[in-house]
Write a protein that binds this ligand. Structure first.
Ligand code: HEC
Length: 136
């Protein structure tokens, strides 16, 4: 009886782990479709920082809403890493804040690494009335 109870407790404790493992398995094909390579640690850090600090200006929010900064993707960044790091550190007068006091060098590097994993978004709303995005 005591052993039976122990087995029961152990299997209950293991249950959420099994479920999570199964979810991970079933999620992976879909995840692979949107992001071809899994992100490494630096890129994961970069993604988190980007979402916290940059996404508000650099990602499309709702259709019809204007984005403040340009969409960033790998072709913009790759090959221009130094320029981009400098841009992120110093910002652009009156348009984008500089992050040299708000982010560590390693964090800016991580964001740059993350941005290099993003593919160029498909153009949409081209010429649509009300779409006055001057940054493109
Ligand atoms: C307040 C809004 C805002 C925030 C927050 C912001 N940006 Fe920007 N960003 C802009 C604008 C606006 C531009 C275009 C500036 C210009 O043309 O002078 C820009 C331009 C850039 C560029 C240059 C793109 C190019 O083609 O030259 C990079 C790289 C960039 N941002 C990265 C970042 C990163 C990384 C962060 C977060 C750490 C960030 N930005 C946060 C508004 C923002």
């Amino acid at each position: 009886m005591r052993i039976g109870a122990l087995v029961l407790i152990c299997s209950l404790a293991a249950f959420p782990l099994q479920v999570r493992a199964q979810q991970a398995k079933t999620e992976s094909p879909a995840a692979a479709a949107t992001s071809p390579a899994p992100l490494n640690d630096a890129q994961v850090l970069g993604r988190r920082l980007f979402q916290q600090r940059c996404a508000i200006c650099h990602t499309e929010s709702t259709p019809g809403a204007n984005r403040y900064g340009p969409v960033l993707y790998k072709e913009l960044i790759a090959g221009n890493e130094d320029t981009m790091r400098e841009f992120i550190s110093n910002g652009s007068k009156g348009k984008m804040p500089g992050f040299k006091y708000g982010l560590e060098t390693r964090e800016i590097d991580a964001i740059v690494e993350y941005l290099k994993t993003l593919s160029r978004p498909a153009k949409r709303n081209q010429g649509a009335p009300g779409d006055v995005n001057v940054m493109d």
